[in-house]
Ligand binder design. Sequence first.
Ligand SMILES: C[S@@+](CC[C@H](N)C(=O)[O-])C[C@H]1O[C@@H](n2cnc3c(N)ncnc32)[C@H](O)[C@@H]1O
Length: 239
Amino acid sequence: MFRDESGQRPTQKIFTEVPPKYDFLNRLLTLNMDEGWRKKTAAKVLENKPERVLDLCCGTADLTMHIARNASESAELFGLDFSHTMLERAKEKVAIFGEGRVKLIQGDAGNMPFEDNFFDAIGISFGFRNLTFENPDAQLHISEIFRVLKPGGRFVIVETSQPSNKLIRWGYHQYMKFFTAPIGGIFSGNRAAYDYLAYSGNNYWSIPELSDVLKKAGFSKTTGTPLLMGVSAIMVAEK
Ligand SMILES: C[S@@+](CC[C@H](N)C(=O)[O-])C[C@H]1O[C@@H](n2cnc3c(N)ncnc32)[C@H](O)[C@@H]1O
């Protein structure tokens, strides 16, 4: 199990400290592919023309931006994250859509300030691993997402995954360990955050494993699409 130098599992602290270089490092470490993946994810979030949409664990609002650019004008858009520093950066970005277009809320995914069956669609980009990997609150997070989604609503996850080809999987794990962790650590000044990214990424669920977890939680119609030979994946599930 991952522990940082103080013996703690990574928590809110990590996501409060990384924002200054967070977006730049996402582009660098994914060789600029992450934004294309979010764009595809937003398209899947918006596929059924939802009227109420949540970007869960929105961070600096990269997925929110794609959603806001393409959602119908009448759609109500929300972003939720527990890191106020991430949200500060998010606020600057969504300001281009005008006051109140996107409601950004500081809150915990395990206890969301929304009624049951509130959203038509929920998207999450590179946040589901944090909510579920070696996380004692994993089940709480999943059942809370299920609770706030309407019956028939879509839950769309883009997340690191596991290539099914063993050689590619090995290469990806080496990349995470020997490029992502040290380079992320140097640029961000927070090696623990990027050690955690490499460790959790290398040990996270494959598409079939993620699909099983979602089905056990009550979701149906799960469809996984590999990105870059399975290094990441988009998963769509329905409540
Ligand atoms: C890896 S970042 C992803 C941010 C953004 N979605 C993106 O695509 O870049 C994970 C985000 O999840 C947030 N987060 C992690 N656990 C959370 C929780 N329990 N409740 C709310 N936000 C959480 C962190 O603050 C962080 O902004």
